[in-house]
Write a protein that binds this ligand. Structure first.
Ligand code: HPA
Length: 274
């Protein structure tokens, strides 16, 4: 495995992100992107629906990106031109906090997206649902988050406001595309184990509706970079103890695959309105 400059504690993560943005400009031929989109489990097909892919770059060729940890998590970046002329950078290479590479690597894609010029960050994931009315395959908007990792992408005394982190303006646009979209508070757990039923009850008691292992740290970094954020979860399963059967990764992947055509079309329509 190649060494990653972000593993050097003396490296400036924003400088590494600027280098990565330079790599993307060189490898895609596109100097500036407007919107960045991170695709989590179940959302992959959206990339094919939002416009014409003009370049695909293996993430391993971009400074600071790690190879994907999981089969099924595509390790590439795509530059897409929408019919209205918007440039979308699709990030199919997420580094999860549970991979233990440190939070700098977790948020590198977001910082890189900002360095390419993107001012809107769309974060998607597959997650467990706490609301009993949700069934596997339901897409929901993220209205806010509770960060249970006890970590932060901010270093030093960097005090950043997180009010309206998941932009109510962008949620309104998503709802204008699909008025039936529900929303909820996303709780990021460290993982990679799923939660215990008691942890799910705790998440519910403190105001959570969705449990997952990504997104919150990325959203904080996106806010720090000045981006406007839209978050979507695909409910792949009801959270542990809410559903009576044990959770399995295979079930999560399968729910993602069967929901993919519908939610990808929805996401593509929303992106078309941003
Ligand atoms: N918990 C955490 N992460 C998840 C889940 C879950 O139930 N489902 C998919 N990702």
């Amino acid at each position: 495995m190649n060494s990653n400059p972000l593993d050097d504690p003396s490296a400036d993560p924003f400088e590494v992100a600027a280098q990565a943005a330079g790599d993307i400009a060189r490898l895609t031929g596109v100097e500036h992107h407007d919107i960045a989109l991170t695709l989590g489990s179940g959302w992959g097909k959206a990339a094919d629906l939002i416009g014409e892919t003009t370049a695909t770059v293996p993430a391993t060729e971009v400074t600071g990106f790690s190879a994907p940890a999981l089969a099924g998590h595509v390790g590439s970046l795509r530059s897409i031109l929408t019919p209205t002329g918007t440039r979308v950078l699709v990030i199919g290479a997420r580094t999860h906090y549970y991979e233990n590479h440190g939070v700098r690597r977790v948020v590198h894609s977001v910082r890189t997206a900002a360095a390419t010029g993107a001012t809107t960050m769309v974060l998607t994931n597959g997650a467990g649902g706490i609301k009993e009315t949700w069934t596997p395959g339901t897409p929901v908007l993220i209205s806010d988050h509770i960060n249970l990792t006890a970590d932060s992408p901010l270093e030093g005394a960097t005090f950043i406001d997180l009010t309206d982190l998941y932009s109510s303006r962008l949620r309104g646009i998503a709802r204008s595309v699909d008025p039936t979209l529900d929303e909820g508070v996303y709780c990021q757990f460290r993982g990679p184990h799923y939660e215990t039923p008691a942890e799910v009850q705790m998440a519910k008691a403190i105001g959570g509706h969705i449990v997952g292992m990504s997104t919150a740290l990325e959203a904080i970094a996106a806010r720090q970079a000045g981006m406007e954020i839209l978050g979507f979860s695909l409910i792949t399963n009801l959270a542990a103890g809410i559903q009576k059967t044990p959770l399995s990764h295979a079930e999560v992947i399968e729910a993602g695959q069967s929901a993919e055509p519908v939610i990808s079309a929805l996401l593509a329509r929303v992106i078309g309105q941003l």
